[in-house]
Ligand binder design. Sequence first.
Ligand SMILES: [Zn+2]
Length: 229
Amino acid sequence: MCKNKIQFQPGLSLQSFLSQFGTEDQCRNALVRWRWPQGFVCPSCGHTKYCLLKTRDLFQCNRCRTQISITAGTIFASTKLSLTTWFLSIYLITQSKVSVSALSLKRTIGVSYNTALLIKHKIQQVMKERDDSKPLDAAYIQVDDAYWGGKKRNGKRGRGATGKIPFVAAVSIGDKGRPLAIRFSQVSAFSKKSIKAWADKHLAPKRNVAPMASNASLLLKSVVMNILQ
Ligand SMILES: [Zn+2]
């Protein structure tokens, strides 16, 4: 396999991930920061003053009293799992250069097999290819590689015993470094030729494309933000 810039970029180390997202408070704060980068805005009336109902993890608007759960509208919402479990699962799945099975997820994060399957399925829903016809278009696009195990869409197993399918993950970045869109695309291999064919199809011409190294937690953020939309 040829060495290429995309595959050999540094990822977010587990140590660095844990120092940023290792506690429930850190994950909650990140979620709040990503959801309201300019500070809280009430979705009902636009007011920016709130009080935090700490015991129930709710923001309450000071004007209209609307209550907003921090995880409302996310895949986190309907489960009783901690945010640290979700963040770690997203980290493991998006940062791994090999496919992560539900069984290894179960062992690593310490949940039941059924829970691991549910987590993987929900994250997979977010990572599914979206509207593929429109190329990503922004001043900056950052790319990373990933593998996804399991069945191909036509129902046949992926190649090899483990069924690894190579993916390219691309995030378009808007002003202030905010992720605008995320795209996971299946490629035939991580070869120069197939990456170029992928770029021709999925990226608007003459864009600045960089490996995701400059902000390695971006992929994690993108998956979480996509969940929020
Ligand atoms: Zn309000």
